[in-house]
Design a protein around this ligand. Structure first.
Ligand code: ADP
Ligand code: MG
Length: 315
């Protein structure tokens, strides 16, 4: 197929990411051999990105390499896990060395920052698609779940919501988003440090990939409870706030911020934690008895969202 599949793997993927002493054998054999530390739980997650669905086929390959790892790391962040190992299944329409070099550079830089080693994968010819599995480590029994929310918990989110959807909206209109806004779509930052700091502190946590309403809805369903949001408390871009249209911060995808619930008595810790992490952390509502997610306007009226969130199998 290629120059040789094996030349490609050796050239671009054999030494990507962090070097770790717990990787006994990395890329090149039938399996990687890893040695998890005793007493730790393994957190494992997979995400696939398909050209034309999750990204524009002509997107900068360096940004794509970053993003496809970032969305996987975001799942580790949501559990409070520390990244350890990754594998990469790549389907490519053709060999394009400039593309592969850019992709590997974007993937490799983020992997080094996150301390994750690429230990294996698969390389085939086909429509452009990227499937990554990540594994992380957690102190035994401590992983942050969706199901742990309790009535009266404070609902909090990191960063700003709706930026990625706003950038996508502008691109779809043929506009050029400001570089910082475009980066929120193309180079999301997985909130790994925050997730780890929430261990033993938050009752429940999820990363926001399909929009706040949809993802907070998962916490509510898993916990058997309801949520009430105060819309004016949502952290979002000034132009979104001014528009009075809440659909992007509520239902836009690709934010990769964390939504977590805190016992009310821990609320006072939020500003200090935000300062320590250099990341805004906003209280946006409360967990209540009941079901579903309700949104309140500043004047106390209920707001009816137009759409709930992104779902691949829903028209
Ligand atoms: P096998 O035929 O035994 O499944 P492969 O020929 O598919 O092995 O892959 C050879 C080695 O290269 C394996 O160690 C595999 O994990 C690794 N590998 C293949 N593709 C990638 C990739 N895109 N990124 C990282 N490692 C890869
Ligand atoms: Mg084999």
């Amino acid at each position: 197929m290629f120059d040789s599949e094996f030349d490609l793997i050796a050239r671009y993927f054999s030494h990507l990411g962090a070097s770790r002493s717990d990787v006994l054998l990395g890329v090149g054999d039938d399996c990687a051999l890893l040695r998890p530390p005793p007493g730790m739980d393994l957190a494992l997650s997979t995400d696939t990105l398909v050209a034309g669905c999750h990204f524009f086929a002509d997107v900068d390959p360096e940004a794509l390499g970053h993003k496809c790892l970032a969305v996987n790391l975001s799942d580790l962040a949501a559990m409070g896990a520390t990244p350890a190992w990754a594998s990469l299944a790549l389907s490519l329409p053709a060999v394009d060395h400039a593309w592969l070099q850019g992709f590997a550079a974007g993937f490799g830089r983020l992997a080094e920052q996150a301390g994750i080693a690429l230990v294996g994968g698969d390389t085939t010819r086909g429509p452009l698609s990227i499937s990554i599995q990540v594994q992380g480590l957690l102190p035994a029994g401590q992983g942050l779940r969706r199901s742990g929310a309790q009535a009266e918990d404070l609902i909090c989110v990191s960063g700003r919501l709706g930026d990625a959807a706003l950038a996508l909206h502008q691109l779809q209109q043929g506009l050029e988003p400001e570089p910082a806004l475009r980066a929120r779509l193309e180079r999301p930052s997985p909130r790994l440090q925050l997730g780890q700091r929430l261990l033993g502190l938050a009752h429940a946590c999820i990363d926001i990939s399909d929009g706040l309403l949809a993802d907070l809805g998962h916490i509510c369903r898993a916990s058997g409870l309801a949520a009430e949001l105060q819309l004016e408390a949502l952290p979002c871009a000034p132009e979104l706030l001014a528009s009075g249209d809440w659909s992007l911060p509520l239902s836009g995808g690709d934010d990769y911020e964390l939504c977590f619930t805190l016992p009310a008595e821990q609320a006072a810790q939020l500003p200090q934690l935000a300062a320590e992490l250099g990341l805004p952390l906003s209280p946006i509502g409360r967990i209540l008895a009941g079901e579903g997610v309700a949104c309140r306007l500043a004047d106390g009226r209920l707001y009816q969202p137009k759409q709930r969130g992104f779902d691949h199998f829903h028209d």
